[in-house]
Design a protein around this ligand. Sequence first.
Ligand code: LMR
Length: 340
Amino acid sequence: MNRKITRRSAVALAAAAPVALATRGFAQSPIVIKFSHVVSPDAPKGKAALMFKQLAEKYTDGKVTVEVYPNSSLYKDKEELEALQLGSVQLLAPSISKFGPLGVKEFDVFDLPFLMSDDTHARQMMASPMIGELNKKLEDKTVTPVAYWDNGAHVYTANVPLIAPDDFRGLKMRIQGSKVLDAVARQLGAIPQIIAFGELYQALQTGVVDGEDNVPSNIWTQKFYDVQKYLTVSYHGRLTYSLITNKKFWDGLPADIRPGLDRAVKESTQFFNDTAAKDNAAALDEIKATGKVQMHVLTDAEKQAWIAALMPVHKEMQGRFGKDFIDRVYKESGFIPPQT
Ligand code: LMR
């Protein structure tokens, strides 16, 4: 009898061994999260990525290691999305204007010109129930959004002054990729060109494009002011990031890991939003202080002329998104279309 029990135990032990070994192996080697992004480590996203690393490693007691790859050093705009879906990286924070290649076109709607007038409205939009519906569409593409980061409003830079809508006529303008941004450039009589962020400095330097739009902290940390002569504070669009992960990876994380990561996500989101607001304000002053670009802040009257010139894009995009969808976005973002 004893012998029998011993044999049975031996079989059970043998069967359990690989599991035990695997568990022990897992306990000893941390889970690695590769976090790839395209901006400078000194830009708000770069700083927040490092903050996430610090918090994630702390809150998981070192069971997670985060490796941050800044400045497109691992992947460029489009490649990083493919890499995330393939599981080659676990975390990204791309601009939501770049989600088209994932097959989720709805995020382009947030590029409608002058849609989100300030930080409060932008954050209200991205926290609305509509976003939950859009998140599901991303999850269907194996991408899980865990947070939205608001990087503020866009300004334009170019090698000619951009004061009136007509000033864009004939210019080659770099866009991020969204179909709405393409329509905006065309509406202004410009020629849109999709260029990866990591290639933008050179494209501006060599004249592949004449201008671009971005947040001041990106213009500052990428030194675009070295290769552009004019900057217009137009605040015509927004830069929103989504902190995204691979759904299979995220759902498969052990139960004791997720709370620590969720906490790190929450705190780095707050850190990001605060940092972005501060850095973008400071960057405008820093760019001005270089004396390399001539800066112009649109007057109210000039801004009204831009809005009037760009409202046809809102109308045109009803064909792409449906009027009902756009009306819901107006409601959530507090946008009131001007009476014409
Ligand atoms: C851009 O491509 O212009 C920016 O969105 C880059 C970034 O991630 O801030």
